[in-house]
Design a protein around this ligand. Structure first.
Ligand code: NAP
Ligand code: MG
Length: 493
């Protein structure tokens, strides 16, 4: 193809797109929701002592889905008492027996995968193809993986014995509700701990549905307890004296507060916090694949991803070619109803998050960066945001420094690998990074020099239960997944 005909491609693609619109392909399975959910304490549904409930809305259309119990300090205390009573028997169970429960939980989740995927998408706003093909299967995979560890703890650290910690308090965010629950519960249970877990206020539904899986699996009462509510409930979970460890995933600001609150208490702590990852494209990279990696890196789950590749670093010599291809690719992304199986970018999780994204996008424009958004019709109800790319970004801009947690990409350029490392590491965060190059030696050099817990080479956003995930600097400490993640839930004796 000549350079001239290549420049005509966008217009032809747009025309083709207009003529060949997709038919709607709505997912119609039932999420099997109740109108109202109470707390799951000691294996039973328990009315909150606060007598208060709040409503979970669907970001897809802003409509209510279910009422959720608001747990107060007395409810959190009841959950900790139940977990403490359940601990001796659960921790003494042979590992192979604990493993059987975890296998059963994993299989039951697979059996009900479609129902859980629909519930996750309705409550959180992510595209159904993501909850169906990523969140739910990956959550099941974490239970399978840790089921395999339960009877092999003696092999994890040669010469050492792994002892459970006791009752652990766990707090998770709204962007991957079921998956974060699996990341937290599976290793804790495999090691013989008991749990009090709080999901995010806006995404409690799959957690509460998960309680029915625990019941079906016959998990002994009190081994897992779910308390729902907002930050105050989370603080009660963190500060309860019976907690031996707190595992938190969420924002850096709240994580720092938790670290302060736990200082001197002797409780163990792991923090999985925010990120502002660099996705670095070298001039020898396979550009078409890299463009797919850029799109996946920033638009997966509307960019509500702690490890999102939100800063694109492109080598100067290929910057204009990459931007041209990226803009063409953006025009083919389908933004809209998350329940449509063809949707690529679903609903922004909440009005609050929409406003945060919009505020930062406006700041980017005001600071002089150049905004590109492809033409796309957004649904009128619910919360939607067009995929956005900023060029002419400088390192001092807020959009280059702050975690936006939305479908917004900031593009910077570099000339040498040293400059790429310098720019990539110029952030308070250190969770993840991507490197695209044809040279294995360059990928390895970059992986060693980037201050990030995970570095993907010629791919992005790849996860596996066997692979530890976690951050450096203000992205937190501790790992989830793999043997390293398992060891966070055990004492070595
Ligand atoms: P957040 O506001 O910190 O909330 C996270 C969880 O903590 C929620 O369950 C929240 O409850 C609870 N919480 C709020 N205040 C609390 C307090 N004072 N004490 C104890 N718990 C408290 O974060 P978010 O906005 O939900 O989640 C987005 C953030 O999570 C982003 O920064 C993202 O990067 C990070 N994240 C990190 C990872 C990772 O693995 N590193 C993974 C996913 C997300 P309510 O929401 O109910 O108020
Ligand atoms: Mg919701």
């Amino acid at each position: 193809m000549s350079a001239k005909s290549r420049t005509r491609t966008p217009a032809r693609e747009l025309l083709f797109g207009n003529l060949w619109e997709y038919d709607p392909a709505p997912e119609t399975s039932s999420p099997q929701l109740q109108d109202r959910y109470t707390l799951f304490i000691n294996g039973k549904w328990t009315a909150p002592r606060t007598k208060k409930f709040f409503t979970s809305l669907s970001p897809r259309d802003g409509k209510p889905l279910a009422d959720i119990a608001l747990a107060g300090a007395a409810d959190v205390n009841a959950a900790y008492q139940a977990a403490t009573s359940a601990f001796p028997a659960w921790s003494k169970l042979p590992g192979a027996e604990r493993g059987k429960y975890l296998y059963r939980i994993a299989r039951l989740l697979q059996d009900r995968a479609r129902e859980f995927a629909v519930a996750e998408t309705l409550d959180g706003g992510k595209p159904i193809k993501e909850s169906r093909d990523f969140d739910v299967p990956m959550a099941a995979a974490h239970f399978f993986y840790h089921a395999g560890w339960a009877d092999k703890l003696d092999c994890a650290m040669p010469g050492k014995t792994l002892a459970p910690l006791g009752v652990v308090g766990q707090i998770i965010p709204w962007n991957f509700p079921l998956l974060m629950l699996a990341w937290k519960l599976a290793p804790a249970l495999a090691c013989g701990n008991t749990v009090v877990l709080k999901p995010a206020e806006t995404t409690s539904i799959t957690c509460l549905k998960f309680a029915t899986i625990l019941q079906e699996a016959g998990l002994p009462p009190g081994v897992v307890n779910f308390v729902t509510g907002a930050g105050e409930t989370g603080a009660a979970v963190v500060n309860h004296p019976l907690a031996k460890k707190i595992a938190f995933t969420g924002s850096t600001a709240v994580g720092k507060g938790i670290q302060r609150a736990l200082a001197g208490t002797g409780k163990k702590l792991t923090l999985e916090l925010g990120g502002k990852a660099a996705n670095i494209i070298f001039e020898d990279a396979a550009i078409d694949q890299a463009v797919e990696g850029i799109v996946n890196g920033i638009f997966f789950n509307q960019g509500h991803v702690c490890c999102a590749g939100s800063r694109l670093l492109v080598q100067e010599s290929i910057a204009s070619a990459v931007m041209q291809k990226l803009k063409i690719r953006l025009r083919s992304l389908r933004v809209g109803d998350p329940m449509d199986k063809n949707t690529d970018i679903g609903a922004i999780h909440s009005l609050k998050q929409w406003e945060k994204i919009d505020e930062l996008v406006k700041a980017g424009v005001a600071e002089g960066a150049e905004l590109y958004q492809p033409p796309c019709a957004l649904p009128e109800d619910g919360y939607y945001y067009a995929p956005s790319i900023f060029t002419n970004v400088s390192l001092s801009h807020r959009i280059a420094r702050e975690e936006i947690f939305g479908p917004v990409l900031s593009v910077l350029t570099f000339r040498t690998p040293e400059e790429a490392v310098e720019k990539a590491n110029n952030t308070p965060y250190g969770l993840s990074a991507g490197v695209w190059t044809d040279k294995g030696s360059l990928a390895m050099k970059m992986a060693a020099e980037l201050k990030a817990g995970v570095v993907w080479a010629n791919t992005y956003n790849k996860f596996d239960p066997t692979s530890p995930f976690g951050g450096f600097k203000e992205s937190g400490f501790g790992r989830e997944g793999g043997k390293q993640g398992l060891l966070e839930y055990a004492e070595l004796i």
